[in-house]
Design a protein around this ligand. Structure first.
Ligand code: SF4
Ligand code: SF4
Ligand code: SF4
Length: 184
């Protein structure tokens, strides 16, 4: 199937924007694009659950089906909480957070902005002292469109850093080649 950007966006807007990767794609947008290309099924998103599958089936005019348990199970929404007394300030939880919901700096106590946390659980395995736990939210749930934006901003920042790194390496290579040439 050819790529239809407008259909992919309509699909993406129905997804929960948890950015948890459980669907097998690195975020809601790439999963939506895969569905629009007919490369992924509509029942791979556990946070969206049965309700999400129903909405996708209505949009695409295809039958709904049960959530594929290979990708996970639907469960109540929870947010990450850092047990601050145990945090050693290693910063390892910062890069995996898809929406920059964790605040902290090296050797300082870290904290999760509860209203920004999508509950993706991606930070948990990176904590060397297991001081990040999932708990029922006490504040209103994250805003899906805000999470989508935060994720886009983070991806753009990472892409810029990658491009700068590639450019630096390229410059170093050219410099080395020139030095070699001058020596020969
Ligand atoms: S919420 Fe998670 S599983 Fe669902 S589409 Fe987004 S990244 Fe995939
Ligand atoms: S704080 Fe953890 S659980 Fe919450 S969005 Fe970030 S990575 Fe996901
Ligand atoms: S990974 Fe754990 S110990 Fe390290 S900064 Fe994050 S919460 Fe603190």
């Amino acid at each position: 199937m050819t790529f239809n950007a407008s259909l992919a966006e309509k699909i993406e807007l129905l997804l929960p924007q948890t950015q948890c990767r459980q669907c097998g794609y690195p975020g809601c947008k790439p999963y939506a694009e895969a569905i629009s290309r007919d490369e992924a099924d509509i029942n791979q998103c556990p946070p969206g659950g049965e309700q999400g599958i129903k909405q996708l089936s209505q949009l695409l005019n295809i039958p709904a089906k049960p959530l594929n348990s290979q990708f996970g199970v639907e469960k109540p929404f929870q947010v990450a909480v850092i047990i601050e007394a145990d945090c050693i300030g290693c910063t390892r939880c910062l890069p995996p957070c898809p929406v920059d919901a964790i605040i902290g700096a090296s050797k300082q106590m870290h904290t999760v902005v509860a209203q920004q946390c999508t509950g993706c659980e991606l930070c948990l395995v990176y904590c060397p002292v297991d001081c990040i736990v999932m708990q029922a939210p006490v504040e209103p749930k994250f805003d899906a469109m805000q999470a989508r934006k935060q994720h886009q901003v983070k991806n753009q920042r990472l892409a810029k850093l990658e491009a700068e790194k590639a450019e630096r390496l390229n410059r170093q290579k050219m410099l080395l080649a020139k030095l070699k040439q001058a020596k020969s």
